[in-house]
Design a protein around this ligand. Structure first.
Ligand SMILES: [Zn+2]
Length: 245
């Protein structure tokens, strides 16, 4: 009976602590395109943030002294057990050319940094980044990270297929981006399975990002880190909510 009472008290203490300590965490924001020409189709439109809106978001972060970390920096501080305070991670998926021509110059203007998740198979194709542009972005403090080779849904592939999709991206980045090493990964469409996690670890990746909403904390599984999507129609007030834990 004494043991039961002790257990009950312990449980009560844990519940009270959990209720009083703020959840905290770091917002990892997900963009796709920063472009003034907005596609007419609803999906393309939703994935496109106009440059003036993006600049407003960068200005807000700058004015509120919110630090911008790369995904690799966030991962390293979570691994050290030192979750960053007053920080956000900006990520851009798919490797569209506007990452270099629009987003990168604006990030530089506001002293911000970001992570670009690029599918290696599209590099150098029309409207996508070139290796030269990606090298310049790395030199400017940005993180370039893998987003598969052909942007395939990994959860639909067998082990050999997943190895190809992840491995070709790693090989291409190693070859064309001097100094690049596997650090962070973003799952196309946010999809993966248990096989994916073991393959990423075997290549030396430290963390991977889904498309599930939420905040990254030291308790989040490092290969299943959440991200919050920034949408075309988000007003600045909405962005503030997304960027704040
Ligand atoms: Zn994608």
């Amino acid at each position: 009976m004494k043991t039961f009472a002790a257990l009950a008290l312990g449980w009560l203490a844990v519940t009270l602590i959990a209720a009083t300590v703020p959840a905290g965490g770091t917002a990892v924001l997900m963009y796709h395109r920063i472009d003034g020409s907005v596609p007419a189709d609803p999906v393309g439109r939703d994935l496109t943030v106009v440059p003036a809106a993006f600049e407003g978001e960068l200005r807000w972060l700058h004015d509120h002294r919110v630090r911008t970390l790369t995904a690799a920096e966030l991962t390293a501080s979570l691994a050290r057990g030192e979750p960053p305070r007053h920080a956000v991670v900006l990520t851009f998926d798919d490797g569209y050319e506007d990452a270099a021509t629009v987003a990168f110059p604006l990030l530089r203007r506001y002293g911000a940094r970001a992570t670009f998740f690029v599918s290696s198979g599209f590099v150098g194709t029309p409207r996508h980044l070139s290796w030269r542009q990606m090298r310049a972005m790395m030199a400017g403090g940005m993180e370039i990270a893998c987003h598969g080779t052909r942007h395939l849904d990994l959860s639909t592939l067998d082990r050999a297929g997943q190895l190809r999709e992840i491995g070709h991206c790693v090989a291409a980045f190693r070859r064309y981006l001097p100094g690049w090493r596997p650090a962070t990964y973003a799952y196309p469409a946010g999809k993966y399975d248990a096989t994916t996690l073991s393959i990423l670890e075997s290549f030396g990746f430290r963390a991977a990002f889904t498309e599930r909403p939420g905040l990254a904390t030291s308790l989040t599984r490092r290969f299943e880190l959440p991200r919050r999507r920034v949408r075309h129609d988000d007003a600045l007030a909405q962005f503030e909510t997304l960027a704040t834990p």
